[in-house]
Design a protein around this ligand. Structure first.
Ligand SMILES: CC[C@@H](C(=O)O)C(=O)SCCNC(=O)CCNC(=O)[C@H](O)C(C)(C)COP(=O)(O)OP(=O)(O)OC[C@H]1O[C@@H](n2cnc3c(N)ncnc32)[C@H](O)[C@@H]1OP(=O)(O)O
Length: 290
């Protein structure tokens, strides 16, 4: 199998995705569901294993990678919301699966597989938001960092519980956390396994917005949170998919590459929109930015 363009690992790193997929598939349960709204260009990815607080079974890890692969080829896509089912985000790896693969070899394979899938998720040319309701623990906290933004509800807690598990993040969460909040805050969050409520999240820059509570909404509360997240995201996904995707690509290059390489990558992206339909329309209409 050829390495994917946005992958972190290849065969030269000993990465054999088919081998670990087979192993992970032996731990079934739950699902990772993708709903693409072609008209708006927004998609919702739902981590769905409510009887285990949306923990990732082995088969869900495999499904996550498959959903990311589907999104990588979505040319009309603009935005993505990642959420958990039934009012909570995700409680990390399914501890039953973790126990069964707790040997170092399998641990390394799972680590590479999830780092790869989540890095590809973050590198998607879509503006992505983690909608954090309830708890995001361990790998669930790591998953929130694989989105461009995090929106939290009043009851939310993000907690990197790894230290309490005798671990460090293994899904790329430590590296991404340092980029998001800086080294000092990352060390506090990981070293202290701090419970990040909305106030602390906003103060440290881990959370990008607090969604309003909808009084007496009952079962509609969850849909209300999703609608609010869609509204929030729509400010960044207005306009043609080609331009939204180009914007995200330029940011990914700037975020990840040394300056000279980032500038060259930005030039390539610029070439895809310069003189393109949206650019020509804007020039013809003598757009004013009042
Ligand atoms: C590399 C591993 C690391 C990573 O990937 O980076 C990890 O993610 S390790 C996993 C980290 N997560 C945990 O350790 C979560 C442990 N669970 C809890 O702390 C609590 O269950 C909770 C999530 C805080 C919820 O508490 P509460 O509201 O009191 O509900 P219950 O405890 O009754 O949970 C309901 C049900 O869900 C099961 N559950 C929850 N999380 C997991 C999980 N990660 N794996 C497997 N099962 C999980 C829990 O056991 C309950 O099941 P039953 O006992 O059968 O009712």
């Amino acid at each position: 199998m050829l390495p994917r363009q946005n992958s972190v690992y290849s065969a030269s790193h000993g990465f054999q995705p088919e081998e670990i997929k087979e192993k992970l598939s032996a731990f079934p349960g739950g699902s990772v569901d993708l709903l693409k709204q072609e008209e708006s260009g927004l998609a919702v990815l739902t981590i769905n294993n409510p009887s285990r607080m949306n923990a990732f079974s082995g088969s869900m890890m495999v499904e996550l990678e498959e959903r990311v692969a589907q999104l990588e080829t979505w040319t009309q896509g603009k935005g993505l919301i990642v959420r958990g089912a039934s009012g909570t985000f995700c409680s990390g790896s399914d501890l039953n699966a973790v126990r069964a693969i707790s040997n170092p070899q399998d641990g390394m394979k799972m680590c590479m597989f999830m780092q790869d899938a989540l890095t590809r998720l973050l590198r998607l040319p879509l503006v992505s938001v983690a909608l954090v309701e309830g708890r995001a623990l361990g790998g669930g906290a790591e998953l929130t960092t694989a989105c461009d933004f995090r929106l939290v509800t009043r009851d939310s807690v993000i907690q990197f519980v790894h230290k309490h598990m005798g671990l460090v993040p293994g899904w790329g969460g430590a590296a991404r956390l340092v980029h998001i909040v800086g080294g000092r805050h990352a060390l506090r969050l990981l070293g202290g396994a701090l419970k990040v409520d909305p106030e602390l999240g906003l103060q440290m820059g881990l959370a990008d917005g607090l969604l309003e509570e909808v009084p007496d909404a009952g079962g509609a509360e969850r849909d209300a949170a999703l609608r609010q997240a869609e509204d929030w995201l729509s400010s960044y996904t207005k306009g043609p998919a080609q331009v939204v995707q180009a914007t995200k690509r330029a940011v990914v290059s700037g975020r990840e590459l040394p300056l000279t390489e980032a500038l060259r990558a930005e030039k390539e992206v610029f070439g895809t929109v310069w003189g393109g339909p949206a650019n020509l329309r804007a020039l013809a209409s003598k757009t004013k930015h009042k």
